[in-house]
Design a protein around this ligand. Structure first.
Ligand SMILES: Nc1ncnc2c1ncn2[C@@H]1O[C@H](COP(=O)(O)OP(=O)(O)OP(=O)(O)O)[C@@H](O)[C@H]1O
Length: 537
């Protein structure tokens, strides 16, 4: 291998584009993030390189480019590569990058050529990127024209997760730590899409008995329920890996941080922004309830934001976790500091004698904090124990903080923090409450929801029934092996979507409707209709 690269080495040195490593380069130098070795296949190199060359190139700068252009890090020239190959090499054929300022970031290769860059015989495709793994082979113009083998010289955490995960995902830095375990940034190696991976240690024993967390059928059932949930304001679950003592949940990545941080940064939120956030939270929880799921652990830390902008999508996370950690340990965690817990949950004493209204209470606590920036119930308020404050619904009312808040907002907060669950305001009533009536906010939320739905390929429809049945003639296949389903409902408009992962084709879809406005490319709103989040029944 050392021999074969010298011609390329000399060319590089003459052009001063890059400097090949010297003979005695120590194996690991801290700022070298990778190394590319010329491959043994000699067909692409014109001459057999001299034995003087080390046969590899150390990647130090954050970016390495290869192509025919003279400003590439590695210039492909006629005198180093065979003529029949060089003619198919693009001026800028591929770029190899690593964000060395970011710990545990992956090496990424981006194909910039129509004639193709291949990794382990698989074409990346022009404009596409993928993560490069240790020992990956890079070929250009054709899978057999292998030119480099990549060696990853940075420490990584691939071996800390089961192989089936590390084969598909690159394990990057830690995003945070919750009561259930770590959350890691991971990157899908072939699609180069980032996700958050939640690592949950199972509590295997409950009350001295093995619980059913190790029953694969039950776990699979929970996994399928979580994966079927699709709503713009619910963090989507990409995949779940179940191992005897740990569950790994691959989740949609949120880049905007927690709602909690947003509140603490500003002290509190304006009424308009609170309305904007609450509307989305209510829609999300209403969707969960429609699927028979009570969240039970709603708190600002479980409300994540899509982007850094002020008006961004809000997404709820951490639903259904009790199924993986066990009811006992879930309750223990929740009741540890029950700041957001409804009175009926405290009264239930570990039994599940309460309904979905508990989520309205928790939303009420979040609503309270958004408006005034302090907790309604806290162990720091010494007049009553935290438990008694909640059980009696006696929230702390600071005149100084509430003075600037509208009477309608105060009234809504009180209706949400109503001790008697049966008298508590419902989610639908919240949406209809006078304080929530703000056409601008409603339209902005709908715009964000629709944009999110459209980016997931769910197309617009103008029908109002909620369950549709597909028929044979409604389905067809497109070219890239995904099945396109067209569901014609009541002879009106069609819902189309591709089900690449759904085999066999579902016969029934449940569709949750959202009002939407169709926006033309010129920005004009032309028609209104409904958009849908759907799941297979
Ligand atoms: N999908 C995600 N995208 C980006 N960051 C996330 C995602 N999920 C969790 N995080 C971050 O990881 C950290 C830990 O999250 P996690 O949900 O495990 O704990 P928590 O909600 O803070 O506490 P608890 O475990 O008690 O619910 C948080 O800082 C959170 O912001």
């Amino acid at each position: 291998m050392a021999e074969e690269c010298s011609q390329a080495t000399q060319t590089q040195t003459q052009n001063s584009q890059v400097e090949w490593s010297q003979h005695n380069t120590p194996t690991i130098i801290p700022n070298i993030w990778g190394r590319i070795y010329a491959t043994k296949g000699r067909h692409c190199w014109k001459e057999v390189p001299s034995s003087e060359s080390p046969g590899y190139y150390d990647l130090i700068k954050p970016e390495f480019t290869l192509g025919r252009a003279l400003n590439c890090s590695f210039v492909m020239k006629k005198d180093i590569i065979k003529d029949d190959i060089i003619k198919n090499v693009s001026k800028l054929h591929f770029v190899l990058k690593r964000d060395t300022s970011e710990p545990l970031s992956p090496a990424i290769i981006t194909d910039l050529s129509y004639n193709g860059t291949y990794v382990n015989n698989v074409k990346i495709g022009k404009g596409n990127s993928r993560v490069l793994d240790d020992n990956d082979e890079i070929a250009i113009t054709h899978p057999v024209v292998k030119i480099f083998v990549f060696k990853d010289l940075l420490k990584n955490e691939q071996d800390k997760v089961p192989k089936e995960i590390s084969q598909k995902y690159y394990i990057s830095r830690t995003l945070g730590q919750g009561a259930c375990g770590l959350v890691k940034l991971v990157v899908d190696k072939t699609k180069c899409v980032q996700y958050a991976m939640k690592i949950i240690k199972k509590s295997r024993l409950t009350n001295g008995h093995m619980n059913n967390l190790n029953d694969p059928a039950k776990i699979m059932n929970e996994i399928n329920i979580m994966k079927a949930l699709r709503h713009p304001c619910i963090i989507s679950t990409e995949e779940v890996y179940d191992s005897p003592d740990t569950v790994y949940i691959i989740l949609e990545l949120m880049q905007g941080g927690e709602l909690f941080e947003r509140i603490t940064k500003h002290g509190h939120l304006t009424e308009r922004l609170t309305r904007f956030m609450l509307r989305q939270m209510v829609l999300a929880v209403r969707y969960l309830h429609s699927k028979g799921i009570t969240h039970r652990d709603l708190k600002p830390e479980n409300v994540l934001l899509e982007g850094k902008e002020e008006e961004t999508l809000v997404k709820i996370t951490d639903f259904g976790l009790s199924k993986f950690v066990g009811e006992d340990s879930f309750m223990k965690t929740m009741c540890g500091t029950p700041l957001y817990l409804a009175p009926e949950v405290l009264r239930a004493n570990g039994t599940r004698c309460y309904g979905p209204e508990v989520d309205v209470w928790s939303l009420g606590v979040i609503f309270f904090i958004c408006l005034v920036g302090y907790l309604p119930f806290s162990a720091d308020y010494k007049e009553l124990s935290l438990r008694d404050q909640i059980l009696s619904g006696r929230f702390r009312f600071s005149q100084a903080h509430w003075r600037g808040v509208s009477p309608a907002a105060r009234q809504l907060m009180k209706r949400m923090l109503t001790v008697q669950a049966a008298r508590r305001i419902t989610l639908d009533q919240i949406l209809q409450h006078p304080w929530m009536q703000d056409a601008e906010v409603t339209a902005r939320v709908e715009e964000l929801l629709c944009r999110n739905i459209q980016s997931r390929n769910v197309m617009e429809l103008t029908i109002s029934s909620t369950t549709f049945t597909s028929s044979e003639e409604d389905t067809s296949s497109n070219t890239d092996n995904t099945t396109v389903i067209a569901v014609v409902a009541k002879g009106k408009r069609a819902l189309s979507d591709s089900y690449s992962s759904c085999e066999p084709i579902p016969k029934k879809l449940r569709v949750d409707m959202f009002p939407m406005v169709v926006r033309e490319p010129d920005g004009e709103d032309t028609s209104s209709g409904h958009s849908a989040a759907y799941s297979v029944e």
